[in-house]
Design a protein around this ligand. Structure first.
Ligand code: TRP
Ligand code: SF4
Length: 404
């Protein structure tokens, strides 16, 4: 598939952290499940990325990879719609990373905000490594190898997608200039037929002379519709719109995943490192107990003491799980001391249990049949690899490595 067609492709990766929790479900996973219906999706386990910070912990991986993928499947990520795979099984990511390292200035990597942040945060680890510095470039390779148009990420990862765009732009600038590019592009225009050719030239002019972005988008749409030009010509014409040269690597956009509103049991963000999670496969009795013992507004010492939902983490759970009338009941009952906290928690407990029950049923099936999970990953790898190989072949040839 050409750069142009692949712009509706979505790619995202997740580090193998093992079993996932409600924060993941309401942040990342529900979003993936939705995206898989709208786009061609590639979702992968970023095990090499985990290695950049957790090298030396070899027992972390095998188990965590499978457990995490079981959770993906259990919540409805569908291997029929999305290719699911493990990064380290696709060596093409590594080759592209290496090749891109030739054209990427070290200062670009040092400037990535997560570089210094994480080094400071993870003081107990030695992160003065080559791999850790290069990690955003590895991420760029992950994305560019599939020519993905969209990358769903959290706010902390937006800078990495931005870097990816710069890396692609620089690569295209250096290697997209084939001899006779302009002549080839003009010849390609003619191949589209009179009407489309005229329209393309007008739109290109409007963009180049007046910076008309709507015209640029229209021209791109026009190229996507063309059936009778080759992949190479299409890439030429895509690149020719903006000047430059052939567009070998496609610049992706981030699709910002709204931060999950799911609070942890203590009202902070739900996170393993705060020990405040409800995992997706947590025993349901335990779930009920955890919520029952959650802290509430400290003003409500006795049942007769009125409280304020704004000061209570349980209220945040109601915002995810309860309908409007239940929420009114909470506000009214809390402020007037008309309901007790345990009573108030009941609908949340019921809703969380109802949400987790079917997920756990699904997960149990996959737990019993880990070979099935493995074969899903093998199949996903095959699909991913096919695409990755195509891109890499073009990159190699553009860099002059392909044709002896
Ligand atoms: N860096 C991401 C994280 O730490 C994971 C990741 C790796 C990723 N490669 C990616 C996400 C490509 C999106 C696209 O969470
Ligand atoms: Fe929190 Fe509900 Fe208790 Fe109010 S009544 S403090 S909202 S648990």
């Amino acid at each position: 598939m050409s750069t142009v067609d692949s712009q509706k492709r979505v790619l995202s990766g997740m580090r193998p952290t093992g079993k996932l929790h409600l924060g993941h479900l309401h942040g990342v996973l529900k979003n993936w499940v939705k995206l898989q219906h709208e786009y061609e999706c590639f979702f992968f386990v970023a095990d090499w990325h985990a290695l950049t910070t957790h090298y030396g912990e070899q027992n972390l991986f095998d188990e965590n990879v499978l457990e995490m993928v079981i959770d993906w499947l259990a919540v409805g990520v569908n291997p029929g719609s999305a290719a699911l795979f493990v990064q380290s099984r696709i060596p093409e990511h590594a080759e592209l990373h290496l090749l891109l390292s030739m054209t990427t200035p070290v200062s670009w990597l040092e400037r990535v905000p997560s570089y210094k942040d994480q080094q400071e945060k993870l003081q107990e680890r030695e992160l003065d490594t080559y791999g850790f510095l290069g990690y955003p470039l590895l991420q760029a390779a992950d994305i560019l190898i599939y020519r993905a148009g969209f990358v769903p990420v959290g706010a902390d990862q937006v800078a990495h997608v931005e870097l990816t765009r710069e890396v692609a732009r620089r690569f295209n600038h250096i290697y997209g200039k084939e001899p006779g590019f302009e002549d080839n592009a003009e010849a390609a225009i003619k191949k589209m037929g009179k009407k489309a050719a005229k329209l393309y030239s007008e739109l290109r002019k409007a963009f180049q002379e007046q910076g008309d972005h709507a015209a640029l988008e229209k021209a791109r749409a026009l190229l996507r519709e063309q059936q009778n030009i080759s992949i190479g010509d299409r890439e030429r014409l895509f690149g020719y719109l903006e000047g430059g040269g052939k567009m070998i690597l496609a610049e992706p956009q981030s699709l910002l995943t709204p931060a999950s509103k799911m609070p942890g049991l203590d009202g902070q963000k739900m996170s393993k490192s705060y020990d405040n999670t409800i995992s997706l496969r947590e025993d349901l009795e335990q779930v009920s107990k955890k919520i029952s013992t959650m802290p509430t507004d400290p003003a409500r010492v006795r049942l007769s003491d009125p409280g304020n939902p704004e000061k209570c983490p349980v209220w945040q759970l109601h915002q995810t799980y309860s309908d409007e009338s239940t929420r009114e009941w909470v506000v009214e009952g809390c402020k007037s001391a008309g309901i007790g906290c345990l009573e108030c928690k009941k609908p949340v407990i019921d809703a969380v249990v109802a949400e987790l029950e079917p997920i756990q049923g699904e997960a149990a099936q996959y737990e019993k049949d880990r070979d099935l999970v493995r074969s899903i990953l093998v199949e996903g790898s095959e699909k991913a690899r096919e695409t990755a190989k195509e891109t890499l072949a073009e990159v190699r040839s553009a860099m002059g490595l392909g044709s002896w």
